[in-house]
Design a protein around this ligand. Structure first.
Ligand code: SF4
Length: 440
């Protein structure tokens, strides 16, 4: 009997990519995607380990669904970073029936098939380098992809930067860059199958090639941009310490590389950046911003910020606010620091109370929100290009997508427009979403 699967995804874009790979693997092995978890026999939780809270949320989620899944003879699979980090304990504690680490995502269909046939209760955790080629393999493009326009393309795995608050290097392991020829070949095949937009993915894409002597990231970006048929290229995440001027020159040379740059700042204080082991200072960060500003002119810039890092004084916090006001990010992911066991920062005295952290965070969010609104309002009356992504959640007669600068837009349209590259005019702003009309 054909089995149905359902994947619930938590966490970052790497996990979204992994879920896409899992979906292809399931389909290629004869499984069918269920519309809802209640309709599925195999439920995969693709998890995140970055914060303790993220792991707690998944456990709570599984616990609330467990009885119903078990009563209908279903299978609970935990995949992703939490699977890699906690391994066998999840099966031992009967949270999951099977644990599959993130490196095994492209072959999860085969793994489940073997499990169902042989009841082999092994967990699958590894960082087996031979398996990485499966991530950028044309076999991942299934018939189902004919209706989509975007693909995540992982170019590196792991991270060796060891920011003091981050668990990723301990979970995902050392940096591994995939071969540039395989990446280019994969993107060419994506383009031939109708994909119009791609996002190059890595914990720090700017470090691409430094582990294996392959071409540097800016050269890879240049080659990717030359692929016929790819209309928009995004890349995340960039680490400021490795963001070279060459990257800006390549962006400038290619009209299909999005002028939307995500450059995590984390803190505006050199002292805190040092404690975070970020390996750059504000002088370096501002030099990049000035260069982007001078060379690209029409661009958007987003960032990540952490407030309340251990030892952050009022003065350090004011530095962050000052730079946020000076740089004027289009948007920011903002967090109050929360300690993560087994990271160096966990050993630092967490001197700031939870209330103080929340106060600092709220004030920062208030300032950034006003800046974001002003920057969005400045787009009104501009002509922009966009690829239509989906029907709007609020109205069946509206579609939504992102402009070339990755600002969200809603406009009148139907499901016939999905995947089309269109030209629009921005007419107004509602909340944090631009409202447009189609011109071409
Ligand atoms: S660059 Fe720093 S924050 Fe990003 S994954 Fe690596 S260690 Fe974590």
């Amino acid at each position: 009997m054909v089995q149905k699967f359902y994947i619930e995804t938590f966490g970052c874009q790497m996990n979204k990519n992994d879920s896409e790979l899992m979906e292809s693997s399931f389909r290629n092995n004869g499984f069918i995607k269920a519309e809802s978890p209640d309709d599925a026999k195999i439920i995969v939780y693709n998890t995140c380990s970055v914060r303790q809270h993220a792991e707690d949320r998944v456990i709570a989620r599984i616990n609330s669904a467990k009885n119903s899944i078990r009563n209908r003879g279903g299978l609970i699979v935990v995949a992703g970073c939490m699977a890699q980090r906690t391994g066998q304990s999840l099966t031992r504690d009967k949270v999951a029936d099977l644990v599959v680490g993130p490196y095994e995502s492209p072959r999860i269909g085969e793994i489940i098939k073997i499990y169902l046939n042989e009841k082999n209760r092994n967990s699958f955790l590894s960082q087996n380098y031979d398996n990485f080629s499966r991530r950028i393999n044309i076999k991942n493009v299934t018939e189902n992809d004919k209706n989509i326009w975007h693909k995540w393309v992982t170019i590196t795995h792991g991270c060796e930067n060891f920011c003091s608050y981050c668990i990723v290097p301990y979970v995902r392991g050392k940096l591994i860059s995939f071969k540039s020829e395989s990446i280019i070949e994969y993107i060419r095949s994506l383009s031939l199958s109708g994909i119009k937009e791609i996002t190059l993915l890595g914990q720090n894409v700017n470090q691409y090639g430094t582990d294996n002597g392959d071409i540097p990231f800016y050269k890879l970006l240049d080659k990717v941009a030359e692929t016929e048929g790819i209309l928009k290229i995004n890349f995340i995440t960039s680490h400021p310490k490795d963001f070279s001027e060459n990257i800006i020159s390549v962006i400038k040379d290619h009209s299909n590389i999005s002028r939307s740059i995500h450059l995590p700042l984390q803190s505006g204080s050199d002292r805190i950046l040092d404690l975070m082991n970020r390996q750059y200072n504000m002088k370096h960060y501002m030099k990049i911003i000035e260069k982007i500003d001078k060379e690209l002119r029409n661009y958007s810039i987003t960032t990540d910020l952490i407030v309340g890092f251990p030892g952050e004084s009022e003065e350090d916090y004011s530095e962050t606010l000052k730079y946020v006001k000076d740089i004027r990010f289009d948007d920011a992911y903002m967090y109050a620091y929360s300690p993560r066991e087994n990271t160096p920062a966990f050993e630092l005295e967490d001197s700031i109370t939870r209330n103080e952290k929340i106060e600092r965070l709220n004030k920062l969010i208030g300032i950034q929100k006003k800046i974001s609104q002003k920057k969005l309002r400045a787009r009104i009356d501009k002509t922009e290009s966009m690829i239509v992504e989906r029907i709007s959640k609020k109205s069946d007669s509206q579609v939504m997508g992102k402009t070339f600068l990755n600002h969200p837009v809603v406009l009148p349209g139907s499901d016939q427009d999905i995947g089309k590259n269109i030209i629009i005019k921005i007419k107004s702003l509602k909340g944090a979403t631009l409202q447009g009309i189609r011109i071409v």
